[in-house]
Design a protein around this ligand. Structure first.
Ligand SMILES: *Cc1c(COP(=O)(O)O)cnc(C)c1O
Length: 479
């Protein structure tokens, strides 16, 4: 284990030296000062640097290697976007600065809203939500406000497919809805008949991911939209993974009314460590009045924060959201351009299909047709014939230097493994990965224990993930 930095502490060591102060000192009133010294480690600069550098090397990131984590869109994030987000004009902003001083910053956010509307086909947007799930909750609150605005109080249910991301039912429940599940058919798509039979006038709407979490495009989307709209419901688009359709198809044209996007997946903000995200919500024209306030707006005098919105659902986030994530997304969109975004989607889809074709001989593909930006294979052959689980194979991938794909999701696939290569990987990387996957299939056949005991090469072996989730230790405490 890495030494805790506290254990490196030696009295009198120090990692900084400051020149003597040239301004008079000032004694704060006692009530503003801490009564005891903070218990900080006393270490030198080189101790600190080595400590954190060594810890960082126990982690894995997309800048180290391939990270095919399905549904998470772990693509390479161009460093240019970081450079722009690092500009002092953005980082040194204060949220209480008056509007006239921050016209450029407001313009950047306003422009991003406009681009997101253009990409989704929608008419208005809010950038406030801090992540995908937060965007979902905001979007569902807007749907609720829409029904209540029409004095339609009988709608208490929200339909969610059985393949949906877990945040969907959670967000709808948080917004006060009862969840009704619609099942998938044998093609992995929403079962149209099942949907027709449960959609009624007590249902507020349907939350849908398209392409869905099996990586399949809901080809009946027009029909689905009609079923929901005919009964007075609204259609919610979970656009966390827009990577398959940017520049090619727009949620509005498919019949969606509200959509959230994950800027930290599709639009170039590094994620995975719980860092800042952004889940903007875009809506069709007649829902704009319900957007959280303030809305970043523009009139003849310039850009301003519009608080005067009586039907708004209110604020959903302190201040204006995770501003620097907007800047990365805006830079990404502007540097890619419309053609670049389209090409990214096309390449993401091509790459996923390329891997699927490459591993098909050794793994079962439950929904065997062209996929979009990701696909789900099943490890059931390996499980049933050799007692090797998808978890074992995912752990084995660590030995080969890959971040394992998402496993056991969506839950409707037995021993599922969801692979999303993204557009930023080269053919060489994809070929190597295919080779390794096929090698692991062979290992499962010949040496099951090798896989049962993997990973063999990592800093820690198998972790107790349940205990880690149920009983997280997030803070160092002196014993
Ligand atoms: C990641 C994801 C979400 C949730 O986004 P967070 O930013 O993690 O809250 C929702 N839906 C889908 C399909 C996703 O992939």
């Amino acid at each position: 284990m890495a030494e805790l930095i506290f254990n490196l502490s030696k009295e009198g060591k120090c990692a900084f030296s400051l020149p003597e102060s040239q301004v008079p000192s000032y004694e704060f009133d006692n009530k503003y000062t801490r009564m005891e010294d903070a218990q900080l480690p006393e270490v030198s600069e080189v101790d600190v640097i080595r400590h954190f550098t060594n810890i960082s090397r126990h982690n894995y990131g997309v800048d180290q290697g391939f990270y095919p984590l399905g549904s998470c869109t772990m693509k390479y994030n161009p460093k240019l976007n970081e450079d722009v987000a690092k500009l002092q004009g953005f980082t040194a902003l204060h949220p209480y600065q008056p509007e006239y001083q921050v016209q450029g910053a407001l313009k950047a956010a306003y422009d991003l809203q406009q681009y997101l509307c253009e990409i989704t086909g929608m008419s208005g947007a809010t950038l406030q939500p801090a992540a995908g799930a937060h965007g979902e909750m905001t979007g569902i609150m807007i749907i609720k406000a829409y029904h209540q605005g029409r004095k339609d109080y009988k709608r208490t249910k929200m339909i969610v497919p059985d393949s949906a991301h877990g945040t969907n039912p959670a967000s709808a429940a948080t917004a006060g809805y009862d969840i009704v599940q619609v099942k998938s058919d044998d093609k992995g798509l929403v079962d149209i008949e099942a949907l027709s039979s449960i959609m009624d006038e007590e249902t507020a709407g349907l939350m849908l991911t398209n392409p869905n979490t099996l990586g399949l495009f809901e080809s009946n989307i027009k029909k689905i939209a009609k079923i929901v709209h005919d009964m007075g419901g609204l259609l919610y688009y979970d656009g966390a993974n827009l990577n398959a359709i940017m520049g090619i198809a727009r949620p509005f044209d498919m019949g969606f009314d509200v959509v959230h996007l994950n800027l930290h997946k599709t639009m170039s903000t590094p994620h995975g460590g719980g860092g800042p995200g952004s889940g903007p919500v875009c809506v069709r024209k007649d829902l704009i009045k319900y957007l959280p306030k303030p809305v970043i707006s523009k009139n003849n005098d310039g850009y301003f924060l519009d608080y005067d919105r009586k039907e708004s659902i209110g604020r959903v986030r302190a201040f204006y959201g995770n501003y620097l994530v907007y800047i990365r997304a805006l830079t990404y969109i502007l540097t890619m351009g419309p053609e670049g975004l389209k090409k990214a989607s096309e390449t993401a889809v091509l790459n996923a299909n390329y891997i699927m074709a490459g591993v098909k001989d050794n793994f079962m593909i439950p929904y065997d047709r062209f996929c979009m930006h990701e696909f789900v294979l099943s490890g059931s052959n390996q499980k049933d014939n050799y007692g090797v689980s998808t978890l074992d194979m995912a752990k084995r991938l660590l030995d080969y230097g890959y971040h394992p794909p998402t496993i056991y999701f969506p839950m409707i696939v037995h021993e599922g493994m969801m692979i999303e290569p993204t557009e930023t990987e080269s053919k060489e990387t994809l070929d190597e990965f295919i080779q390794v996957m096929n090698k692991i299939a062979k290992e499962a056949e010949e040496d099951a224990d090798l896989l049962h005991n993997s990973p063999h090469t990592t800093y820690v072996r198998r972790l107790d993930e349940v205990a880690a989730a149920r009983n997280p230790v997030l803070r160092w405490e002196k014993d």
